[in-house]
Design a binder for this molecule. Sequence first.
Ligand code: ADP
Ligand code: GLC
Length: 477
Amino acid sequence: MNILCIASEVAPYAKTGGLADVMGALPRELSRNGHDVRVFMPLYDRIDTTRLDLSVVAEHVPLRLGAHAYDLKVFAAGDSPRMYFVHCPALYARGSLYTNDPDEHRRFMALCYVALATCQQQAFAPHVVQCNDWQTALVPLLLKTRFAWDRLFARARTLLTIHNLNYQGSFPSSVLADLNLEHEAHHLHQELLRAGRINFLLHGILYADGVSTVSPTYAQEIQTPEHGAGLDPFLRARRSSVVGILNGVDYEEWSPEADAHVPARFSARDLSGKAVNRTALRAAFGLPQPQDVPLFGVVSRFVSQKGLDLVAEVMPEVFEHDAGQLVVLGSGDARLEETFFHLQRAYPRHVGFHRGFSNPLAHLIEAGADAFLMPSRYEPCGLNQMYSLRYGTVPIVHRTGGLADTVVPWDARAGKGTGFVFEHPDATGLGWAVGQTLRAFRDRAAWHRLMMNGMSQDFSWRRQARIYEQLFARLEP
Ligand code: ADP
Ligand code: GLC
């Protein structure tokens, strides 16, 4: 199959979260299976082009979005998958991937238009167009309207993959002219338009041939008013086309046996390297090296979704009893950052906080921590709990979305399970799970079993990519 993927972030080129990991790995797996896969993303200014072997595909591509004119370039690199980078400093030289700037909608409309125009220029006829989140959710509508004349796309089926329903790309209706829909604007949701809004993600849900999300449980949750973020009626209306496919793990990047970012490699057969990494991790955060208490880890975007306020609420009691330590890597919400700075000042022997984004440090936390905290209020899939399992780092999660689908509650009597799973995303729920963790940690045999159970799990992309292929084959206009 010819498969076109369009995304706002792709690892290792540009990443803020799990979308990049998914778009870095799934297209590669699909091309291994013999498909011709082309991936489009913006050439953000933070991408280090000196390390990429870029060739020019198109120069001086003119694009008009409403009254705004741009001059774009398209570069390509690699073959399987073939990566395309859309170059336009006026849009993508902003220091960060996402902004609150008034042209945010145009930054990603440009990506969509140029991706389709480049297919035309390259005579690449996709069988499947896979778009991701609100940034590329208007592609199915563009194919049904502005590009409908071109027989190149006659066989193209579209799939919208929702990685997070809460980011919808909702803009004032004044952006309408910038979508270039002209006399086809009646395809937009009219009631919402009259109410003064245009919601990008909604139109993906309305017009894609299929809608997928990144775990089976989240696929159900988003069809309820509680987790539907206002779009649940539209998802319910399409329920037979909404599926949940769990993300996979890129074990080439996330494996303790082959991790180039950490001081010591290890495996289920020989765990000695884990202790070396734990020592290095404590040292990296300037923490003392106590013998018998667990080291908890967090790697996260600081947004309310992730429930990190609960960590700050629950963990001080652990520190007061000298029963554990905590390392935290992340940034975002200023209040949360202040909370963790404060916690570090209050418990300097127990808490290490690194504000920022660091892939090597994220690896060191996975490799060196004993337990990993993910008390997310909601979680479409979540990748870090799966990375944790592979590294023998026991996940502590709220039973929601992909966390519910990937972590099996520990049953001490049966010796079964892979982590600690709590029901309610509040301090009582997390406090209970942390208490259970401390107790299991004191029982060396139980803890060893927990680690082994987790390390033997397989969440590889090999299987998940096959499920995507089956879905592609089923897509009907
Ligand atoms: P989300 O996409 O909602 O952020 P996921 O668990 O799916 O959550 O994926 C997060 C990805 O981003 C993981 O690969 C994680 O290691 C990485 N990540 C998040 N915050 C940081 C950070 N501060 N530094 C390095 N990597 C981070
Ligand atoms: C989103 C979700 C996360 C998911 C990731 C990749 O950022 O918040 O749960 O794992 O996308 O699909």
